[in-house]
Design a protein around this ligand. Structure first.
Ligand code: AP5
Length: 190
């Protein structure tokens, strides 16, 4: 495998995809190309082809063993990619039976990340962003629950560091300060 492999995580609606896209543009201008792969999209393509779901927001409700198999297949597919890769995914996924690790050991073995980045923001801001985004079917959740999820994600990220030796970084993406988040992410990726 050649290139850098960076896993970028954050609770739904924190703005990780926005920060990833903007920082990639900045780095492309500096001659540092990255390819971004959405882990959820890889899982969804398989789940849809097999008739298990109609939209990506249904995946969280699938049986956890089905989700695990979809994770494994996505990890294998992404693990085979070459070059500088960003994996846009989740440190943990909130399911009806508890927090599912986004990157269990057998997925990490395929991915071999150099770094895990947690994109975080104030939980009230995340709540407002979710409410403003009508394109998605978000699970109803209050700010306390979002804060808990961000805390759980830090615990999972620490475990991923222990398992693989990768480093763990936190990038804040606050309202009106997207540019700061993009610069912080670009610094991490350079
Ligand atoms: P995924 O595709 O990652 O979707 P998501 O979790 O719903 O996250 P989004 O992409 O919608 O949100 P985002 O945080 O990227 O925010 P965005 O940039 O859009 O995953 C889909 C599904 O796949 C998951 O639910 C799960 O089932 C499954 N999955 C994925 N990985 C998995 C794994 N490893 N294991 C198991 N299952 C997995 O921004 C949101 C909004 O905020 C936008 O309106 C944006 O304009 C706004 N915004 C962003 N930044 C700012 C800012 N600084 N100020 C103001 N507004 C801002």
């Amino acid at each position: 495998m050649s290139g850098k492999r960076v896993v970028i995580t954050g609770v739904p609606g924190v703005g990780k995809t926005t920060v990833i896209e903007e920082s990639m543009k900045r780095l492309a201008g500096e001659g540092i190309p990255y390819k971004a792969v959405n882990f959820g999209t890889c899982m969804f393509e398989t789940a849809k082809a097999e008739g298990k779901v109609e939209d990506r927001d249904q995946m969280r409700t699938l049986d956890k063993d089905v989700q695990k198999e979809l994770q494994r297949l996505a990890g294998k597919r992404i693990g085979e990619m070459e070059g500088n890769i960003i994996v846009d995914t989740h440190a943990s996924v909130k399911t009806p039976v508890g927090y599912l690790p986004g990157l269990p050991a057998w997925v990490l073995t395929e991915l071999k990340p150099d770094m895990v980045v947690l994109v975080e923001a104030d939980e009230d801001q995340i709540l407002m962003r979710r409410m403003d985004d009508e394109s998605r079917r978000r699970d109803p959740e209050g700010s306390r629950s979002i804060a808990e999820h961000q805390g759980i994600n830090r615990a999972f990220a620490a475990a991923y560091g222990m398992l693989t030796g990768c480093t763990v970084q936190v990038v804040r993406n606050e309202n009106y300060l997207l540019d700061h988040a993009v610069e912080a992410m670009a610094r991490v990726l350079r």
